[in-house]
Design a binder for this molecule. Structure first.
Ligand SMILES: [Zn+2]
Length: 303
């Protein structure tokens, strides 16, 4: 086991003992994601059963911050992060959303679906591949349309190919990163809380189990620092906002004030067309534009 793993292991065992000194697993390693306990003897026998997590992922300037068990790191970690890396590359315009075929006047043309700031999705026809006759015909169709002036009046149908990534999985990866980030800051007393069960279930089962989509939002911001913000008012919106890369993820507040979790509150608000947004370093209520985050920014530190 490497130096930083040993340091994190000692720190997490100590952090658990501090909060639950009389628990039968005091002195054991408790995985912050699945909450399974592993004895020191088992770790000595198989040091690979715990592994370092970069939080956020290395692609967004993450650093070795916490240890999780091998299963959480391999299954949830690697599988989800593949989707996240792909989603980020698509958002930056470096990779297509997907590929497929455009069926046009009896022709079948390979196309790339790309994100476009104006129209949402743009289909790029690749004239460099496909059947030579089709290439010549599509060139002529475009040339004729251009010569006639105005918008080329060409209609066809698009059949997308199989998607190799999913935005839902990328968002679960973001949620997982935010959860581990919050653990690094608030420790075991935060994550061992019934209100966090829904987050753990979502991460382990790779599906949004009742977490509204509005709890993961894109950020329009010049500031790029990863951080945690405790949203304290209004009371109904009390939560923890975790800013990572270009997204903000909302988790239950670190200290329980209402018995109702943030996710049920926002689900109810979403039905009335309300929700969160993160604009220029502030968290706002979308319909009223009211700024409600009390910015108690704290940098991330280990548990
Ligand atoms: Zn685990």
């Amino acid at each position: 086991m490497g130096k930083s793993s040993t340091r994190l292991l000692d720190r997490q065992i100590e952090a658990f003992e501090r909060v639950y000194p009389t628990c039968e697993y005091a002195g054991w390693f408790v995985c912050p994601q699945c909450l399974n306990a592993i004895s020191l003897e088992a770790i000595a026998e198989d040091p690979g059963c715990v592994s370092i997590e970069h939080v956020p992922p290395q692609s967004v300037r993450g650093r070795a911050l916490v240890l999780t068990c091998r299963r959480c790191n391999n299954t949830a970690g690697h599988e989800l992060e593949t989707h996240l890396a792909k989603a980020d590359a698509v958002a930056r315009g470096e990779e297509p959303v997907g590929v497929g075929y455009l069926h046009l006047d009896g022709m079948r043309l390979p196309v790339r679906e790309c994100l476009d700031q104006d129209s949402g999705i743009r289909l790029d026809v690749n004239l460099g591949v496909g059947r030579p006759n089709d290439r010549a015909r599509i060139r002529k169709l475009i040339d004729d349309a251009m010569a006639a002036g105005g918008e080329p009046a060409i209609t066809g149908s698009y059949r997308p190919g199989p998607r190799r990534w999913s935005l839902a999985c990328a968002n679960v990866a973001r949620l997982r990163t935010a959860y581990l980030y919050a653990f690094a800051q608030y420790g075991y007393s935060y994550v061992i809380d019934r209100r966090l069960d829904i987050v753990r279930e979502t991460i382990i089962e790779h599906a949004h189990k009742g977490i509204p989509a509005s709890m993961i939002v894109d950020i329009d911001d010049v500031d790029t620092e990863n951080k945690l913000i405790e949203v304290v008012e209004p009371k109904a919106y009390r939560c923890l906002a975790v800013r990572i890369g270009d997204a903000a993820i909302f988790l239950p507040a670190p200290r329980p004030l209402s018995r109702e979790g943030i996710y049920s509150v926002t689900q109810r608000l979403a039905k009335r067309g309300r929700g969160f947004a993160w604009r220029q370093g502030r968290i706002i209520d979308l319909p009223t534009r009211q700024v409600f985050a009390h910015d108690t920014t704290e940098r991330i530190r280990a548990a």
